[in-house]
Design a protein around this ligand. Structure first.
Ligand code: ADP
Length: 411
C-alpha cells in the first residue's frame, strides 16, 4: 500500500526534496523568526518560481496583519505587495483552503507584467488556521497543481516555524510567571519571618508583665518595657524599610531634589551617629569643600544612617573614616571602617534585596534591606555606590554623585 507521504515524496524531484529537507532543517534549529523565514524563502526560490511573497498572520482581533514580506523578482514593490495579497489571504482564512487566482491588469501582449498570478495557502498549526502565505508571479507561469503541491510543503514548514515561535514565547511567559510567583513566595516568607521576631518579643514580654500570679519589681518591669519599646522601634523600622524598598523597586518613592552642599551635610553626621551608638567615632576628612549636588537631603541622610548603623552592627567598636573628594565631575564620598570586613564571595550580593551575609553574629538583627535601599536611593540621584572589603581588615563604601558645579569648589 502506498501511503500519503510516499505519494507526496514521489511527486517531488531530487532538487525539490533537497530543498524541503533544507527547509525542515531551518525549522528545527529556528532561532530568530525573520532570519529563519529569510532562509526558507531563499531555499524555496531555488525550486519554486515567485516574485513576491507575503505572510499574513491571523490576529486575536480577527484581523489579519502582514507579518513578513519579501519582494524578490520582477515588480519589486513592498507596499504594493502587501495590498495585493490581503484579499487573497482573507479568502484563504475564511475557506481554510488553497486559493489560486489571476489578475489581468492591462494588455498582456504589450507587457507580460500586466498578468499577475496568485497562490494563497493556509498556514495550519495543530487545529488552528494561523494565517496565510501568498505567492505572486508576474507574467506567469500560472500555478499548476504540481507547483501548489510544493508550495504546500513550504507553507507547512513555515506554519511549524510559527508554532515553534509561539511555543517558545509561551514557555518564556510561563517561566517568567513562575519566577514571579517564586519571588513573591520568597518575599512573603522573608517578610513574615522578619516581622515575627520583634512581634514575638513584644507579645512575650507584654504577656509576662500581665501575669497576675507574679509581682515584678520595678527593675524587671523597666527592663521588659525597654525591650518592648526597642522591639516596637525595630518593627517600625522594618515596616518603613519594606515600604521604602517596594516603593524604590516600583519607582514610586518621591524624591525632593534640591541643591545640597555635601560638606555641610557630612559635618552633621557625627551628631546623627550618636543616635546609633554613643561610642561611634567619626573622622571626617574634607579634601574639597563647597561641592554641590542635586539631592534629596532626607534620602541621602538615610543612606549615611544605614552605613553608620551597619558599622555599629557589623563592625562594632570600629572607627569610621569619611572622606569627601571630587573626580571627573563627580563627588566621591568614601565611608570606611576597620571592622571584620565582608568575605570576597559575598561582596557581590550585599546590595541585593534581603541579602544577608551568612554565618554572621547571631545577635545582629538585620533584614538585608539596608544596602538595597542605599543603592536604589543613590541610583535615583544618578550616582553609584560600591563596596570594597578586605576580609579581616575592614570595609569601604564608595558613593559617587554627579556634581552641579564641579569647578567651583576645588580646595
Ligand atoms: P541589613 O539591613 O540586614 O543590615 P544590609 O543590606 O545593610 O543588611 O547589609 C547586607 C550585609 O552586608 C549584612 O548582612 C552584613 O553582613 C554586610 N555588611 C554591611 N555593612 C557591613 C560592614 N560595615 N562591615 C561588615 N559587613 C557589613
Amino acid at each position: 500500500m502506498v501511503t500519503n507521504s510516499q505519494q507526496d515524496s514521489e511527486s517531488l524531484n531530487t532538487q525539490e526534496l533537497d530543498a524541503i529537507y533544507a527547509i525542515s532543517r531551518v525549522v528545527t534549529r529556528a532561532s530568530e523568526l525573520d532570519a529563519s523565514l529569510d532562509e526558507i524563502i531563499g531555499i524555496a526560490r531555488t525550486v519554486f518560481i515567485f516574485d513576491n511573497v507575503v505572510l499574513y498572520v491571523h490576529q486575536k482581533t480577527d484581523n489579519i496583519e502582514p507579518s513578513y514580506a519579501r519582494a524578490i523578482g520582477r515588480g519589486r514593490n513592498s507596499e504594493y505587495d502587501l495590498a495585493w495579497g490581503e484579499s487573497i489571504a482573507k479568502d484563504v482564512l475564511t475557506s481554510g483552503k488553497i486559493v489560486v487566482r489571476q489578475e489581468i491588469a492591462g494588455d498582456v501582449s504589450k507587457d507580460r507584467m500586466n498578468a499577475r498570478y496568485f497562490l494563497g495557502l493556509p498556514l495550519i498549526s495543530g487545529d488552528n488556521n494561523i494565517g496565510a502565505l501568498v505567492f505572486v508571479r508576474y507574467g506567469g507561469p500560472q500555478f499548476t497543481p504540481d507547483h501548489t503541491h510544493l508550495a504546500e510543503y513550504i507553507a507547512g514548514h513555515i506554519a511549524q516555524l510559527y508554532e515553534h515561535g509561539f511555543l517558545i514565547t509561551r514557555l518564556s511567559l510561563l517561566e517568567a510567571e513562575r519566577q514571579l510567583e517564586r519571588l513573591q513566595d520568597v518575599f512573603v516568607a522573608t517578610v513574615s519571618h522578619e516581622l515575627r521576631t520583634p512581634l514575638g518579643f513584644i507579645k512575650g514580654y507584654a504577656t509576662t508583665l500581665l501575669r497576675e500570679d507574679t509581682n515584678w519589681n520595678e527593675d524587671d518591669r523597666r527592663e521588659f518595657l525597654t525591650i518592648i519599646d526597642e522591639e516596637t522601634d525595630r518593627l517600625k523600622e522594618l515596616i518603613d524599610n519594606l515600604l521604602d524598598s517596594s516603593r524604590l523597586q516600583s519607582g514610586t518613592l518621591r524624591m525632593e531634589f534640591q541643591p545640597l552642599r555635601l560638606d555641610t551635610m557630612l559635618k552633621d553626621l557625627p551628631l546623627r551617629a550618636k543616635s546609633f551608638d554613643e561610642r561611634l567615632t567619626l573622622n571626617i576628612n574634607l579634601e574639597t569643600s563647597d561641592l554641590q549636588v542635586q539631592a534629596d537631603p532626607t534620602r541621602l541622610a538615610q543612606v549615611f544612617d544605614n552605613l553608620l548603623s551597619n558599622v555599629v552592627k557589623y563592625a562594632p567598636g570600629s572607627k569610621v573614616n569619611i572622606t569627601l573628594s571630587s573626580q571627573d565631575n563627580q563627588a566621591h564620598i568614601a565611608v570606611s571602617d576597620n571592622g571584620p570586613g565582608i568575605p570576597e564571595e559575598n561582596l557581590p550580593n550585599i546590595f541585593s534585596r534581603f541579602y544577608q551575609v551568612p554565618n554572621q553574629n547571631r545577635s545582629v538583627r538585620g533584614s538585608g534591606l539596608g544596602l538595597f535601599i542605599c543603592r536604589r536611593i543613590i541610583n535615583a540621584h544618578e550616582g553609584e555606590i560600591t563596596a570594597e572589603s578586605n576580609f579581616g581588615e575592614g570595609t569601604t563604601f564608595h558613593i559617587y554623585l554627579p556634581l552641579m558645579n564641579h569647578n567651583s569648589g576645588e580646595a
